[in-house]
Design a protein around this ligand. Sequence first.
Ligand SMILES: *Cc1c(COP(=O)(O)O)cnc(C)c1O
Length: 416
Amino acid sequence: MQLHNQVYQIQGVGVLDIAGQFGLPLYVYDADKIIEKVNLLRSSFSGVNLKIKYAAKALTNISILRLLRQQGVDLDVVSVNEARMGLIAGFESQQIMYTPSGVSFAEIEEAIELGLQLNVDSLALLEYVGRQYGSAVPVSIRINPHIAEGGNIKIQTGHADSKFGISILYRARIKALVEQYQIPVVGLHIHTGSDFKNASAFLRGAEVLFELAADYPDLRFMDFGSGFKVAYRAGDHVTDLADLGSQVSAAFAAFCRQYGRELELWFEPGKLLVSECGSLLVQTNVLKENPTRTFVHVDSGLNHLIRPMMYDAWHDIVNVSNPAGEEKNYTVVGYICETDTFATDRSLPEVRPGDVLAFKNAGAYGYMMASTYNSRPRPAEVLVYEGQPYLIRRRDTFDDLIRNQVDVPVLNAVTV
Ligand SMILES: *Cc1c(COP(=O)(O)O)cnc(C)c1O
C-alpha cells in the first residue's frame, strides 16, 4: 500500500495532474476499485441468492450511486434524503432498504409513500406501523442479537447497551405485535457493527436470525448487515471474504432447506465497497519545527476528514509530489483551530511546502462527514472512470457558506 518511490496514478492518470486540473484539497475516487470490490464480494458466495445493498451513507455522491447501480447493486439508506438521492440515481424504490434509527414517524410515512422497504428498529415503531397500516406495509425487523464484536466501541452496534435494533430478548413482544396488527414480516435484519475480523461474528448473528425465523413463515430475505473490515495499513487484518462467503453460504443454504424455501441473502457493505477507492489530496502549507517534532500543516483538517480524530483511524499518507525524497519523521496536522492530527510520528519522504499529500482509504465516511467548520469550504470530488477524471461535486464557494443565513435588518442599527 505504501507508494514511496512511485508515481501515484489512478487508472494510468497521474494524481498530480488531477490535482492540477481540479485544485486542492480534493477527494478523488477510483471507479475500478469499487467495481473490483463488488465482484470480489459476489464471487465469495455460492449456491445462495445474494443481494448487495450498498450502505449509501458511506459515500452518497449520485455518480457513485449510479456506478453501483450499473453494477447491479441495490441500496441501503438511513434517511429519506439518501433514498431520494438513490431515486435520482435511477434506483427503483423497491431496490432500496430503509433502515432508520429512531427517526420521526413523519419521516417513516414519507418512506412508506416512496415505496421503500422499511426496516423496523423499535417496538414503538412496529406498533405505530401496525396501527397506521395494518397488513398493508410489509416490514423487515432489525434485531439486536447482543453480540459485542468489532473495532472501536464507538462503531459497535450489536452489544446489549447499543441503541440499535430490537433486543432479541423481546422475541415474544415482537411476535405479539405482529399478530395483533397482522403485519407482514418479509425480512429479518442484523447489523452488529464495523470491523469484524472473521466469519464467526456473522455466523453467530445468523444463528440468532435462523432461530427467530420460526416465528415468521413468510420471509423473503435475511439481511446480515455489514461489518466487513478493510485494511487501513499494510499488514492489517481484514475480513477473509472467501472464508466468510463459503461459511455463510453453507449455513444459509442449510437454513433455507430447513425453512422450506429459498430466501434472498442480503449484505449492506459501505466501507468494503468504497473505502479503498478514495484518497483525500491536500497541499502542504507550512512546516513547523518545535523542539520535539516537525509539524506538517496541510490545507485541510477535521473539517474534511474526521476519522483520525474521531475513531483514531489510521490513513496511509503518500507524498505524491516527492515520492523519492529522503524518509523523515513528521506529525501531520490540519489548519483548523482544534487539535486535528492526521498522523503522529509518521515516516514520509521529505515533505516540502507546496508538496501534495494523499490520505489513502478516504472514500468511506470521508467527504460524507465533512463540514464547513471554521467557515472553510468542503473539497470538490472527482471520479476516475474508464481512464478519465470527472468532476462529480464542485468545491463549496463562499456563497455556499452564507447561502442560508438570514439578514435581520434590526440587527444592523448601531445602538451604542
Ligand atoms: C452504516 C451501516 C452499514 C455499513 O457499514 P460499513 O461498516 O460501512 O460497511 C450497513 N448497514 C447499516 C444499517 C448501517 O447503518
